[in-house]
Design a protein around this ligand. Structure first.
Ligand code: HAM
Length: 464
């Protein structure tokens, strides 16, 4: 066989998510949707493509994302478009464009599950295309909403089993108090012994976007900015009160937190609360599994009325990599996952990958019966794979075995002549009933459903 032609491999930094992994990702996104719904958030979808200006204006032209990482191109009519590097800007653009503030009660609470694109240096946990799950609450000024979102974020991360999640929180002030803080920070960074020791990137950031110097991961820059002025010491009365109420809310819910004065976030739209969740299960350089905060000026920047807002996003691949339940999720994948109507809080489960029933056409003469049987079982919510009559029964049985199906339904010339189907209950123990039986074809969907229910009852029995 010829080798793989590398010309056709996926581009650098983007990759395929094959079924085993995709089942876990799909389970996690479904779980996120359930958690977000519990907090009263509704789904939203915005385009993958936006006008480049949407990100330049919001994320900021001096941010790394806009200045270095965007996939920007001119379309055939000469408009500059960009693949979204993050979700907040598009949601706020949609909020203003559809004048939601005139028609919907505020805060407008929405959640999204969406792919983002950043031209970054690929490494473990850092990709050029990655999935985020996130929320935005627009028109929400109260500190309770910051707390509600942090609680939701941690509840989701806890539910998927992220190892040692740690909440880091800061306030970076607002247009009232930030100018004075920035003045003090620039003065500090301007002192000759500091400036000369900073990396080249930070020396240029010190003028363009001084806050970002505090976010540099290089050890020499970290050390030099240890004593830099802290935004928390410059907060105005209103920002201070907001921050204190957020902290009081976290304490009321018993949420552990660490005030991190260097936390500034990489996007320019933030005001007041900024937070990240890091996981002890990941390498320090890519340990942020979620990030968010307030962006009280962004709606106005897009031409809407002045209006506060807050949101966060979780990086899905990173948080699943940090998930200690990943191993468990892998093994659950083999499980049945059939009990759909369970009461109680949502649970993270990988999407089922195993069919319930494998229908084997022994020869093509049984085709119509096989198609009808499969279709009537699917109408009952039973998942069915049909193995067509152009292959040997032996190879179909092997396939059925590998698929993990609970039941095999065989249809051949004998069965067709008698109007029957031969059913094999692969998981049934000899004491529970016959493992192979002939059933009238019209009775088969109900009889097979009963076998499946019996199987899932056995699987759900507590061990021990
Ligand atoms: P962000 O901190 O840029 O915030 O991204 C949120 C999360 O996405 C990060 O904590 C990380 O887990 C994941 N992430 C970011 N870049 C990559 C990458 N290259 N590869 C894999 N995962 C990545 C935002 O995007 C804001 N829009 C969050 C927000 C919503 N703020 C307010 N509302």
């Amino acid at each position: 066989m010829a080798g793989i032609d590398r010309r056709f491999s996926a581009p650098k930094g983007v990759s395929d998510t094959l079924p085993a992994e995709a089942a876990i990702t799909l389970g996690a996104t479904k779980y996120f949707a359930e958690v977000a719904s519990l907090y009263g958030y509704s789904p939203i979808e915005t385009p993958v493509l936006e006008r480049t200006e949407v990100f330049e204006r919001s994320v900021g032209v001096t941010s790394d994302i806009v200045s270095k990482q965007m996939y920007t191109f001119e379309d055939k009519s000469g408009d500059s478009l960009t693949l979204r590097p993050e979700g907040t800007a598009g949601v706020v653009r949609a909020f203003v464009e559809h004048e939601i503030y005139k028609s919907e009660p505020l805060p407008w609470r929405v959640f999204y599950i969406a792919d983002m694109f950043r031209y970054e240096r690929p490494q473990a946990g850092r990709y050029r295309q990655f999935k985020q799950v996130g929320v935005e609450a627009i028109g929400a000024g109260a500190p309770e909403v910051d707390v509600e979102q942090i609680d939701m974020c941690l509840s989701f991360l806890g539910g998927i089993g992220v190892a040692q999640p740690k909440l880091l929180i800061n306030s970076i002030g607002d247009p009232t108090c930030r100018p004075e803080y920035l003045k003090a920070l620039v003065e500090y960074l301007d002192s000759s012994e500091i400036r000369s020791g900073l990396c080249a990137d930070c020396r240029s950031r010190a003028n363009r976007n001084p806050l970002r110097v505090l976010d540099c991961k290089r050890p020499e820059c970290k050390k030099l900015t240890e004593e830099a002025p802290k935004a928390l010491d410059y907060l105005c009365e209103a920002c201070r009160a907001h921050f204190e109420e957020v902290i009081a809310g976290l304490e009321a819910l018993g949420i552990d937190y660490r005030i991190e004065p260097r936390l500034v976030r990489g996007l320019d739209y933030y005001t007041r609360t900024a937070f990240e969740v890091v996981s002890g299960g990941l390498e320090a350089a890519q340990d942020a599994v979620a990030g968010g905060g307030r962006y009280d000026g962004l709606v106005e920047l897009f031409g809407g009325p002045p209006m506060p807002a807050v949101g966060f996003a979780v990086g899905l691949a990173r948080s699943l990599a940090a998930s200690k339940s990943k191993g468990k999720a892998e093994s659950d994948r083999q499980g049945h996952g059939r009990s759909r109507h369970r009461l109680g809080p949502p649970r993270f489960e990988p999407a089922p990958r195993r069919p319930d029933v494998f229908v084997i056409e022994i020869d093509a003469g049984a085709r119509d019966q096989a198609l009808r049987l499969a279709s009537s079982m699917r109408a009952l919510g039973v998942s069915v794979v049909v193995s067509p009559g152009d292959r040997s029964v032996k190879s179909s049985m092997k396939h059925a075995d590998r698929s993990g199906a609970s039941v095999v339904a065989l249809l051949g010339p004998d069965e067709v002549a008698k109007g029957e189907v031969t059913v094999r209950a692969l998981r049934r123990s000899a004491e529970s009933g016959p493992q192979q039986l002939s059933i009238r074809i019209e009775d088969a969907p109900r009889a097979i459903s009963e076998i499946l229910l019996e199987d899932s009852a056995v699987e759900e029995e507590p061990e021990g």
